[in-house]
Design a protein around this ligand. Structure first.
Ligand SMILES: Cc1cc2nc3c(=O)[nH]c(=O)nc-3n(C[C@H](O)[C@H](O)[C@H](O)COP(=O)(O)O)c2cc1C
Length: 317
């Protein structure tokens, strides 16, 4: 059911990728997703080289199915060292987020037989990474949790699909069988989910974060550049709202940098309720914690039932 080009490329049963997630997506979640027939992805953002090596080893012990590592290219030295670890440890699939790893690093990974899948927020970015040798592309809309661009999933995915030849996976604001089927209708051959998996039983996010996701409404996220200097969608908080209001009042880059410094130190000392946590607009639809296998099977089964309904509807018109 729903066997697509991305299943063949990655050697997975269902075309469902768990997007890399710092804090929530460690070996337990990654292995659970891969064991359930999707593709789990380990994060590297914010982690040391030793932590990445340990995570790859641990995940390899938990599952023999394919899993990936995500490299966020936050600087040449970081990107090169994480790519070298993936090559040395025999990682088969690498996704990249926020920015480009650069042609020479992509070439090195591909020469080592690694399947490279960049996550992109725009058509221009998709065309660039395809020219650099991407094997598939994740088109991620602005509804997503984590780093975001400006275009939402619905207009982004078909435009990326039309612009490139490699398989395209849709990300951003997808959380159930309806979103899965909509993504396929837009021309994607799979989906990448982040936020929905934060509230999975196997996710390493704290109970407090899981409960905040469950309590959130669709309007309870905010895009802020406080955390990394680039736009990140996260659960709304007093500090993020205050920083964005202050930033809008600043007249030049120097003032904005000074404001960011002040708010970052406030964030470091903040009480739990004022801390930030990346999450997407789909939070509003998440009502409970469930095991990964149940989540993935519900997406596939609900999509199949919905596809039949739509087929019948089309027959009637
Ligand atoms: C808590 C959190 C952390 C994330 N960390 C990363 C990351 O380290 N690298 C990356 O490429 N994407 C990261 N993302 C983005 C996800 O991999 C995924 O593409 C996104 O969550 C999909 O949108 P959704 O949240 O609407 O499902 C993160 C998302 C969340 C919610």
């Amino acid at each position: 059911m729903f066997h697509t080009a991305i299943c063949d490329l990655l050697g997975i049963r269902y075309p469902i990728i768990q997007g890399a997630m710092q804090d929530a997506g460690g070996p337990r979640l990654v292995a659970a997703v891969s064991e359930a027939g999707g593709l789990g992805v380990l994060p590297t953002f914010g982690g040391t080289e030793a932590a990445l090596r340990a995570d790859i080893e641990k995940t390899s012990k938990l599952t023999r199915r394919p899993f990936a590592v995500n490299i966020t290219p936050i600087g040449r030295a970081f990107t090169e060292s994480r790519a070298a670890i993936c090559i040395e440890m025999g990682v088969k699939i690498v996704t990249t987020g926020r920015g480009d790893p650069g042609l020479s690093i992509v070439e090195k990974m591909k020469a080592a037989g690694i399947v490279v899948i960049p996550v992109v927020p725009s058509v221009a970015h998709a065309i660039r990474v395809e020219q650099e040798g991407a094997d598939a592309i994740v088109a991620s809309g602005s509804e997503a949790g984590g780093h975001v661009g400006r275009v939402s999933t619905m207009p982004l995915v078909p435009q990326v699909v039309d612009a490139v030849k490699v398989p395209v996976v849709a990300a951003g604001g997808i959380g159930d069988g309806r979103g899965f089927l909509a993504a396929l209708a837009l021309g994607a051959c799979g989906i990448q989910l982040g936020t929905r998996f934060i509230a999975a039983q196997e996710s390493e996010a704290s109970d407090w974060v899981k409960q905040r996701i469950i309590a959130a409404r669709e309007t309870d996220t905010i895009v802020s550049s406080l955390m990394t200097g680039k736009p990140v969608r996260a659960l709304s908080s007093r500090i993020l709202s205050a920083y964005e209001a202050e930033r809008a009042r600043c007249s030049d880059e120097q003032e904005r940098a000074a404001a960011r410094g002040r708010f970052l130190s406030e964030l470091r000392d903040a009480a739990r309720d004022d801390r930030t946590y990346a999450a997407g607009e789909i939070s509003g639809m998440i009502r409970g914690i469930a095991p990964v296998r149940d989540l993935i099977e519900a997406i596939i089964n609900d999509a199949a039932a919905l596809a039949e309904k739509l087929h019948a509807l089309a027959g009637r018109s």
